[in-house]
Design a protein around this ligand. Sequence first.
Ligand code: NAD
Ligand code: ZN
Ligand code: ZN
Length: 351
Amino acid sequence: MRGVVFDGKAVQVVDDLEIRDPGPGEVMVAVGAAGLCHSDLSVIDGTIPFPAPVVLGHEGAGVVEAVGAGVTHVEPGDHVALSTIANCGACAECGRGRPTMCRQAIGKPGRPFSRRGEPLYQFASNSSFAERTIVKAVQAVKVPHDIPLTSAALIGCGVVTGVGAALNRAKVGHGDTVLVIGTGGIGLNVIQGARIAGASTIVAVDSNPAKEAVARQFGATHFLPSADGDAVREILPTGADHAFECVGKAALIRQAIDVLDRHGQAVLLGVPDATTEASFLVSSMYLDKSILGCRYGSSRPQRDIALYAGLYREGRLLLDELVTKTYPVEDFAKAADDAHHGRVARGVLTF
Ligand SMILES: NC(=O)c1ccc[n+]([C@@H]2O[C@H](COP(=O)([O-])OP(=O)(O)OC[C@H]3O[C@@H](n4cnc5c(N)ncnc54)[C@H](O)[C@@H]3O)[C@@H](O)[C@H]2O)c1
Ligand SMILES: [Zn+2]
Ligand SMILES: [Zn+2]
């Protein structure tokens, strides 16, 4: 079968991947569509270290093809969005409703794929850039058939991460002020999460001026090319209640902290190189300010993905509008180039 493989040096689309059968508690999914998130590009350029060879992709949706023993919540033919959180369901973190903190779901990549006899790693417990993948039952979340798979695909990372950061981690409240640095797939979803939460002012910041229209479409009330300088204070004279960094650069993390109002919080979503350090003025923090990390929107995928599917059907959550362009998987290089140069909100690979 076809898939996108990174061997540690180069990335290529292959057509001779194989996958094992689903074991107990696992679901085999025929992937219909998969979004290209910046984190896939970060594996290729080394920003996110991951063992190779690996089948990339972590934002996908498809049709259940087979289920292993004990799986009862989905059956062949069901449409599912795929989460990246292969949590165990039995530890203290899972029990307290924090599946993204489950230690079984972090840093334990499996190898369900093979090619010419060599096993390949699964990226983010997901590998949605393959015609078929295997996930744990908890990762396969049923979605209605009337959501196009190209749109449902984006729920599994961009939407869950961005909307979840606003709703679950920051807990943006009615009337709050929000600043979002970086309006790619993640930032646009923070923006719409803040809009859904009832934020009063949502300032979008992106160095690419072409992003203004889509940022406003998702709910931004203002758009700036930079969060540096006086422009933010003209819109938010006392600063922002919530500032989200959605690029992954130390200088922008600093900007997110510097624009905070009293009791404000900076939420860090962007993933810089693993050794990156960031600094802030300690004296700027005393007025009850906070810096929050956030993994995968602090989400509970079975609950949140169903919630987002419902909001989409009510017209409150935009999904179709995130899909700027679709590409057959063979055109991965073109999709990666368009994403790298900021030509798309999200590019989506199809199978
Ligand atoms: N925390 C998590 O769980 C999680 C999940 C998914 C992705 N991520 C990370 O989030 C980040 C964003 O991912 P994405 O898919 O939205 O990326 P993307 O490439 O789609 O978007 C990045 C945006 O940032 C803008 N940008 C770049 N430099 C800028 C600057 N100096 N100032 C302002 N804007 C700038 C670009 O123009 C682009 O619009 C990545 O680092 C990714 O690895 C984190
Ligand atoms: Zn992602
Ligand atoms: Zn667990």
